[in-house]
Design a protein around this ligand. Sequence first.
Ligand SMILES: Nc1ncnc2c1ncn2[C@@H]1O[C@H](COP(=O)(O)OP(=O)(O)OP(=O)(O)O)[C@@H](O)[C@H]1O
Length: 524
Amino acid sequence: MTPVQASTIPLLSEHKDVVVEAVTGSGKTLAFVIPVLEKVFKVLKEENEGFKKGHFGAVILSPTKELASQINTVFENLLQYYPENEKQIKTQLLVGSLGSAREDLHTFLKEKPQILIGTPGRLLEFLSSSLVKTSSCEILILDEADKLLDISFLGDTQSIVRQLPRQRRTGLFSATISRAGTDVFKTGLSNPVKITVRSDNKQQSSVPTSLGLFYMVVKQQSKFKLLLDIMINYRYKKVIVYFPTCTSVTHFYSMFNYLLSKSDRVEKDELKVYSLHGKLNAKPRLKTLENFSTSTSSKSVLFTTDVAARGLDIPDVDLVLQLDPPTDPDMFPHRCGRTGRANKVGRAITFLSEGREEDYVDFMEVRDISLKHLDTPVLKDEFSKWYDTTVREWLFQDRTRYDQSIRSYVAFVRYYSKHSAGSIFRLQSLDYKALCEMYCLTRIPKMPENKYIEDFPKDGWLNFSIDFDKYAYKDKKKEEARLHELKTEERKKERIEKAKKKKELAKKNSAWSSKKEHKDQLGS
Ligand SMILES: Nc1ncnc2c1ncn2[C@@H]1O[C@H](COP(=O)(O)OP(=O)(O)OP(=O)(O)O)[C@@H](O)[C@H]1O
């Protein structure tokens, strides 16, 4: 057993509620999976009939579908070794958009699972059915409990807690549970034992010693270029890259694939890219995660957002790279903790934009997270030129890409304004022109934040311009609509121009005729 398992399993299996804080990758999942199995096993042994129809014995709550699915897999892996002659223990995964709530209910009544694993929204919907009886529930687990108790989930989590019997065990788990403060008691804990497992390095509170935390100071416009350079030139095998928003994942995923296809420094299929974010449906999300986890390419990289920051246990990730720090500093150790798990060595590198963002290092130090400086690799001129040309080539192939760039840029500015460390990540200090360059924009989009831009270029145009009238969509229907709109616009302009000319002429004529009239009057 790992230390957290050795401390937690005996307590939770017996009669204690627990609040467990242990570094990322320290084995918290098995620390609750085993007690849950023991509790269910006891009921099956002691009561001949087992659980009555519509009843279940345990609930495990997780903030994301991916994590819920992973926990379900850990149960399934263990249950493979469960004796066949015993009454079978079954689990059911309850997460939104995998199937309908009705289908979930149907499966529950048919399969009679004793352990329910799900996300708060779907679980709440499920429990609201009169066919589901909660009175036999023996144990409730909140994995990533501080997240489940934050503002986004608290309402649902508490509604679930209220529906379960008071006489039950409760276990709260997270690498950052302290952040939840006294909110932990909103889960109906009774006399809990707090278990804390820190890293050997006393200075790091929530990440293990095997995980090296680094930062690089990078020019805003070079971030993605640098990422590509690192992916091509360094020997990392499995990498997770955190992007600020869902739109930026989509945008850079497409761009990255194009750059790879055009690069003569990467063999075909040598480097495989995956994308995962919260705006994708549950099925493709889970599939992507599985494909990335089992990828056999010599290098694999997952572009994602905070949706894949907590709890995910993907084997052999050796680098986590953050293009920008998360808006919530509590997310930082979770993102980094996707590598350096279970005593394996891992590295997490965070890009900080040159200037004020460098203060983030001291800010994290106060939170017991020490980041070491790494020299930023120098990009070769030849590579840089190739990158710029290839990116423009990609951009001009389809106008949709430009629209996407604008959306990503705007979403980034919104994201930036949400940083809880507002004195470091200031909208006033953002280098908007460099940001436009990174997001492949030739013109600064109209936004209220433009007031912070010194030397605002004429009409917002940056170093190169595009003839937007000729910039086409690849999609035929979209292009037809654009051309139609363009024509309508041209006609409208012509009409306005004509009307203007007519008015001017009328004015001229009236001036002339009134002058003539005046002269005539003088003459007479
Ligand atoms: N007793 C053990 N011996 C060896 N490996 C273990 C043991 N317990 C767990 N592991 C492995 O350690 C890895 C990390 O475990 P787990 O995902 O439970 O970590 P965690 O503490 O929940 O991390 P996080 O805070 O990121 O959610 C897993 O791959 C798991 O299989």
